[in-house]
Ligand binder design. Sequence first.
Ligand code: GDP
Length: 334
Amino acid sequence: MADTRRALITGITGQDGGHLAQLLNEKGYEVFGLLRGQHNPRRAEVERDMPYVHLIEGDLTDPTSLVRAVETSNPDELYNLAAVSHVGYSFKNPSLTADVTAKGVLNVLEAVRVTGREQATRVYQASTSEMFGGLDYNRPGAGYNENSLFHPRSPYGVAKLYGHWIAKNYRESYDMFVSCGILFNHEGERRGVEFVTRKITHAVARIKLGLQPQIELGDLWPKRDWGYAGDFVEGMWRMLQHSEPDDFVLATGETHSIEEFLTLAFGEVGIDDWRPYVTQNPAFMRPAEVDILLGDPSKAEKVLGWERKVDFPGLVSLMVAHDLRLAEAQRLSV
Ligand code: GDP
């Protein structure tokens, strides 16, 4: 029998970390997760929901802790999902964002190298559509692909671009298997409420059950290519099973505005007009906005055989249904 494959996931407490750990566990991997900080409030949640994950304490800004994590887990595959990952937050904490989201990638790659695992460990780097920036002159009609120009519009996007290029540099310099997934927005029931989709579905469920009167949002016209995170982690895994390292866009090929998301989400609970329930607050607007993101996933579909299973209405529906269950449980507990 072949040895059990081992995977190390940084960012185990995040949305993608949870989906990916579940997928790898189902595939028979031994799964290790890097957990940051003393008294991490998410530790108990991970231990409860994913008891099969071996937790290792470490931090992307602490190179020695990463070396230890790589030595302890001895991974065949390392998925670097950890980051300061929120665009709005990155404007308020740009230096921390650079330390974690940019230099942290270098620290992870170096940990693989200094432990002598550069030929043994395949690395996935979580790159992002935020590297494109969405400016009109830079937008091909069919959506951004792996060859589109980058023009990040936030400290987060700039930091991720460093991560993307240092990952490619290690692939070229040291012949390491490092693949970058350029993922467009991906959402779901594990999404944090600081992101607009979950903020909306969480509020819609609570408004429906009378637990809150309204929701405050920023700009409603930006458009995003929103997919389901559960589909996207399958694409990450496929990238590391491919014969060679490469860059791949994962996206749905559709773009929708926040207004469209609101219409579908409120529609799920039988409210046809969302306007009385939504107010706009400049606090949620960004110093520079990405107007529109649309991705072209045809390379991943063709080369990796990747396909998404959940469409846009399906995504909104599953998120609202999940949040209705949570809100109902909350109502019963008060
Ligand atoms: P992003 O695409 O990675 O920035 O993902 P987000 O879900 O944080 O934001 C998606 C879009 O929603 C951006 O254009 C935001 O400016 C916009 N938006 C509007 N209102 C809000 C809000 O209240 N919270 C967040 N997070 N985004 C908002």
